[in-house]
Design a protein. Structure first.
Length: 157
């Protein structure tokens, strides 16, 4: 009987604490001002500035990737490693000179095709072109060609 009473008290206290925490959370959520109230009339100006900074960053990243791709293509540097990257649906392409590209598949199964090409011979960078998500790049070997999308650069491990 005493054990049952203790369990009832513990459950009651736990429920009371949960209710108090829920109320506190709701009050805090209601007290937070909406984003428009924080910035007021400056919200549109801030959005424009952030958009222009983002556009500049995207352009400079593409130029840097293009510069690296030029070197890889001109020197015919072979792909040595293909591994997963922290981002969703992104792979790390490691080349013999230490360059690491972040790339994603243009269509499902492209990275598996790159692995197959690598087993058939040396894979090197072929042509590349602008793509809405980065730079479209052909990886070629004696066994064929596969196109992936280069989205960034990474550090060698």
């Amino acid at each position: 009987m005493l054990v049952t009473m203790g369990i009832v008290v513990i459950v009651g206290v736990t429920a009371a604490v949960a209710v108090l925490l829920l109320r506190r959370h709701r009050r805090a959520a209601q007290a937070a001002p909406p984003e428009d109230a924080l910035f007021g009339a400056d919200a549109l100006d801030l959005d424009a500035v952030f958009s222009s900074v983002e556009a500049e960053e995207v352009e400079s990243r593409r130029k840097l990737i293009a510069t690296r791709l030029d070197l890889l293509r001109r020197h015919r540097v072979p792909l040595r490693r293909l591994s997963g990257a922290p981002g969703k649906a992104v792979a790390r392409l490691g080349f013999a000179d230490g360059t690491v590209l972040l790339a994603r598949s243009r269509s499902p199964g492209d990275m598996a095709t790159v692995v197959r090409l690598q087993r058939q011979g040396s894979v090197v960078v072929g042509q590349y072109a602008e793509h809405p998500d980065g730079l479209s790049l052909d990886l070629t070997s004696a066994g064929g060609t596969c196109t992936v999308i280069a989205v960034g650069l990474d550090q060698a491990d």
